[in-house]
Design a protein around this ligand. Sequence first.
Ligand SMILES: Nc1nc2c(ncn2[C@@H]2O[C@H](COP(=O)(O)OP(=O)(O)OP(=O)(O)O)[C@@H](O)[C@H]2O)c(=O)[nH]1
Ligand SMILES: [Mg+2]
Length: 1114
Amino acid sequence: MIILEKIIALQKKTPHIRNLCILAHVDHGKTTLADCLVASNGIISSRLAGKLRYLDSREDEQIRGITMKSSAISLHYTTGGNEYLINLIDSPGHVDFSSEVSTAVRLCDGAIVVVDAVEGVCPQTQVVLRQAWLENIRPVLVINKIDRLIVELKLTSQEAYTHLQKILEQVNAVTGSLFTSKVLEERAEKDAEAQSSCTENGSGDQVYDWSAGLEETDDSDLYFSPDRGNVVFASAIDGWGFSIHQFAEMYSQKMGIRSSVLLKTLWGDFYLNAKAKKIMKGAQSKGKKPLFVQLVLDNIWSMYDAVVTRRDKEKVEKMVTSLGLKVMSRDLRHSDPKVLLSAICSQWLPVSQAVLSMVCEKLPSPAEISAERVEKLMSVGARRFDSLPEQTQELKKAFLDCSADETAPVIVFVSKMFAVDSKALPQNKQRPLTQEEIAQRREQARQRHAERQAANQSAESPGSADTGGASTTVAPASGTEALSVKTAVEEDNKEHFVAFARVYSGVLRKGQKVFVLGPKYDPSLALRLPEGCSAADVLPSVPHMACCTVDSLYLLMGRELEELDEVPTGNVLGIGGMEEFILKSATISTSPSCPPFTPLNFEATPIVRVAVEPKHPSEMPKLVRGMRLLNQADPCAEVLIQETGEHVLVTAGEVHLQRCLDDLRERFAKIEISASKPIIPFRETVIRPPKVDMVNEDMGKQQKVAVIHQVKEEQTKYPEGVQVDSTGLVTLTTPNKMATVGVRAIPLPEEVTRLLEDNVELIRTMEQFSLFAWEDKTLDINQKILENIQEFKVKLESNLQGRKWRGAVERIWAFGPRRCGPNILLNSVEGYRRPSVWQCLEREKETEKAEIRDFDNSIASGFQLATLSGPMCEEPLMGVCFSVETWDMKLSAPLAQQDSIDEDSQTAEPNIDNQNESSDTHETNASSASSNRSRSGAEAAGSSVDCYGPFSGQLIAAMKEACRYAFQAKPQRLMAAMYTCEIMATAEVLGRVYAVLSKREGRVLQEEMKEGTDMFIIKAVLPVAESFGFADEIRKRTSGLASPQLVFSHWEVISSDPFWVPTTEEEYLHFGEKADSSNQALKYMNAVRRRKGLYVEEKIVEHAEKQRTLSKNK
Ligand SMILES: Nc1nc2c(ncn2[C@@H]2O[C@H](COP(=O)(O)OP(=O)(O)OP(=O)(O)O)[C@@H](O)[C@H]2O)c(=O)[nH]1
Ligand SMILES: [Mg+2]
């Protein structure tokens, strides 16, 4: 209670608030450290700190020992006479949950980055440093698990010092590379500006100073160094930790050296010259003990030596008294020396004090938010900050002021929604009664008792009319009780969602009316609303905006929630009753011109999908509801209903999947469900004709054994109206014979595919620009993004060289599927000119209205459909270029006229499609787009409807078919999704790690020894298809010594041809006539086809072959 009041008071003192999260690689000790900090506030006992893992409140978190959800707690801390409020968020370290890290980082101003002293910088450490960097929040460092250096690695204090130096170097190297790339970027920007102003002035030559920038920019704040006070050395499990400040204070009294001198010299190449009583430089070259070793590490080492290794009671007691500590005798007698150790150390060097005072001193308060960060938070997508409406730009000041004034607009960002049991809500919790309440109740009870006695007495007296009265008063009472019990049960079953949020400006109050702005809200729409309106007014409906009343506000206290009446600016909080208005994230404001915050940076790609269904089909509605709730409660899980009617769950990895399924079973749907095996995504592509066949012989050398298989040469499989020439050009005519298209499929170079994949956002922006241009509107694009587009174009050009690709980049018609995918539609129709996809780059020169043929859109739609699902197993295409080489129209005159009149109305439509394009509908988006357009086509063809239906629909279908045949005319291949993994393993288990990897078709890229340890780091790639159970298998085979983390990396072509059949004598000898033994690609393809209910061509063994060639098979 006292804590709550104190915290409420502190919430109003913005400069004394610190919002921070703990970030690290998995298992580096975040939650353990958080325990120590929580214990310092007396919320848990300090004996249990590190064992309880208080912030891991879920059962599965406790069982598996890893954090899965980030959770927040508010603490208070006093240092230097000032009281601080610390809003602490513990985040998960496992890659599968990195989206939880994004949601945490957004709400903070600083971060504690924890690094394991033995493992050093690991992949996730780099990722979280980058995330902190991208959000412009300031980090401090805790090097944890120092005890492992003493107890496990048995390093001497001198060796440990060298080791710690290396770790610091590694961490700083990561920060350094982030910083350098940013400075270079900024410099490039400046150069570009200078250049443009230069050309305006007309002066031609300019001298570039390439060295400028890096030296000028001050980066001293950035790096971690103990003498700057932003590094703490700790062992969270043993409860101790220190920064060199503490030792500097300690020794300045003891040795009479100024603490400022000690601060500068305690870390680094300094030593103590005992004779001269001076601190000298050059410990290393003179072979002396550095000060840090002598004054700091040696003390700790001897403590461990006395307590843990030698268990020397006398020495321990001596040390304890000399440090002026008190240790309980039961700790002294405890059989586990670790108990004694932590009892001593947590008094001597309490980790919470070291960490919290560093946090208060080094991390910024919410009021110190930088203008740069504000602009970043406010710029919506590709729009320039200065292109936002004026009222919106004015809000920047509110962010910077961070004021809790009545006049300040309220701005709140919700980064995720999390589910809580209704029992856990403070309203429904039984709280201890206050003294007055107890007195009141006692009084009530006494009265009741008295009444009952009076009633009894009157009942005893015969002939009393009161009996009936008494019984009637009882009856309704029990009735309401039953009713309230019932509603309570109903309430119990209901999931409550609490929004995880932070106030950036103003004061959020209970009962206040606010606007809830979705991620796609456009602040310029606010201009249409009456000026000065508020959420309480009756307003016309605006897309992605809702008005609601703030239901309840909570203080987040780990497992508990406390109710609040108001939350002033700068605080992290929970908001109840928002589930109707917010799906995953949102912005809340009292001003309608507030922009939605930029979307969170998610590092993980959701890739593992399963189809789920209820055990009992009748429970389908419960499942649907459960999936909806799950979708809301998890920042990164996606829930889709596929065209086939399957309910699909997409997750970031195996562990995440497991957690989602558990949540669904036990929490959201509360039914038994069965999940399919993970659905593995594939891509379809074409390649250049291979030069060698399956037995590595040059193609074309041998004689084909045509007698055995003519299948390949089958020309007859093309239906009427389709012609395929020997070069793979497919010509197809619409059923009404009005139009003919000729299409060829060409494999894109690998680099181009990668470029397209990496620049999806740019392509989307370009697409949007083009759509605006159709409507004669313009879209303001950020200068930086324009430059990126230009750069992207240049890169494409340089990768599309050669005769075949001449001028190709200019002739790009569309990207697909979904208009931004890794496939290209090329306009190679002679004499046909259309607006370029690059038109946003040519804003200055008025784009001449290019000739645009009717039904241009239909061709593009056909392409979108064809690339969305390929002919092999209806998976999306990748890395394919479709070049339209001929396109003839034989339109009858009236029809043509009709269509060109109708062109205007038709062109407006794609825009609507695009607006609606959201992640949850994308499965069916392309088809709906096409149906939209065919509808307008139907109107167009109105007067002359032929028996084949609307013409544009025919053209779409013809184009789609043409693409499919063109695709099939080339050598087809499947592409598999690949994970990269880094495995840390000791030399003994290395062999087994390799065995598991090769069994699962993994490929080792790199193996190196981790400096200063006996660990090897293996980097490998592994197909997603083979990855299920991989982490478990590795852990089992190596007795838990190695545990890999899988991160989606890229798509890779599977080299074997799924349609391959032996055609040469050699191949026939090698694989046998049926050749069904070894085709991995075919197995994958058929598995997908079977799952989708498509026809699977399988050979049934009628006459088993003699297995004469088996010995050669692999
Ligand atoms: N030796 C030693 N072990 C520690 C220390 N701190 C934490 N551990 C152990 O490391 C393991 C992981 O600790 P957690 O605190 O759960 O790690 P985490 O970073 O929260 O892990 P995730 O949340 O899953 O990413 C536990 O078994 C802890 O007991 C330490 O200072 N020394
Ligand atoms: Mg944890």
